[in-house]
Design a protein around this ligand. Structure first.
Ligand code: NDP
Length: 246
């Protein structure tokens, strides 16, 4: 369908060396966008880009490092063209009960999941303002809406990302820049592979659609929000959880 065509546009997808980010990179490329594949490991990012084929390139940066983000975005724009679509997907967990959470656990999660999106968004916003167009799509989590035992740091980072997104949606709407969140539920990736079988089974009972999510389920929502079909949507949170939180 032509409304989903991203031909001539360039996307920068953080954390796209595996999991949900990789599925997003693949889907945006499939819709015709040039795609910058981004992770902390250069050789892995380059290998993934090579696998995805023409129109993609790999770049290394740790999103917690603002200078490294600026450099990676500069290099991606030089190689692939100005960034029209930014997907802040890079993220991690360091789960523990509040009493046992260390400063290091807090900082690692908040810096990667929230400050990382600040770094990348700040780096692309000037170019988007000049072109009076742009899409920023932030991957939050249903946990950012509901909270979760053992994930105070992660839930705070994801709730923060929602506030950040709504703020920049208001700040840049007049410049044609739209910002939205996608909030996945439980998606089968490396991040969730350690969940014990009993917890997985009980979780399944709470999912209306009766299955865990796949990375492609999230990627489809990102493609929609990046496309012309979503031109009148900004500041929103699109939940992709199979009916876990209804
Ligand atoms: P994975 O652990 O499978 O992948 C995480 C990706 O993020 C990797 O590509 C990793 O790259 C990258 N990454 C992590 N930290 C950094 C950093 N500091 N700088 C740059 N890249 C980084 O996770 P998922 O695919 O499962 O999750 C993707 C996003 O979706 C995350 O934001 C997560 O919070 C969110 N989410 C996931 C859910 C799930 O059930 N899986 C549910 C709700 C939200 P590398 O290690 O190569 O640097």
């Amino acid at each position: 369908m032509s409304g989903l065509d991203l031909g001539g546009r360039t996307a920068f997808v953080t954390g796209s060396t595996r999991g949900i980010g990789l599925a997003i990179a693949r889907m945006l490329r499939g819709a015709g966008a040039n795609v910058a594949v981004v992770g902390r490991d250069a050789s892995r990012a380059e290998a993934v880009a090579a696998e995805l084929g023409a129109g993609t390139s790999g770049f290394a940066c740790d999103v917690t490092d603002g200078a490294a983000v600026d450099a990676a975005i500069g290099a991606a724009e030089k190689a692939l063209g100005p960034i029209d679509i930014l997907v802040n997907n890079a993220g991690l967990t360091r789960d523990n009960l509040l009493l046992r959470l260390t400063d290091a656990d807090w900082d690692a999660v908040v810096n990667a999941n929230l400050k990382g999106a600040f770094h990348t968004s700040r780096a692309v916003i000037k170019g988007m303002m000049k072109r009076r167009a742009g899409r920023i799509i932030n991957i939050t989590s249903v946990v950012g809406l509901t909270g979760n035992k053992g994930q105070a740091n992660y839930a705070a980072s994801k709730a923060g990302l929602i506030g950040f997104t709504k703020s920049i949606a208001k700040e840049y709407a007049g410049r044609g820049i739209l910002a939205n969140c996608v909030a996945p539920g439980f998606i089968e990736t490396d991040m969730t592979s350690g969940l014990p079988e009993a917890a997985r089974t009980s979780l399944l009972h709470g999912i209306a659609l009766g299955r865990l999510g796949q990375a492609e389920d999230v990627a489809g929502a990102v493609l929609f929000l990046a496309s012309d079909l979503a031109s009148y949507i900004t500041g929103q949170v699109l939940v992709v959880d199979g009916g876990l939180v209804v």
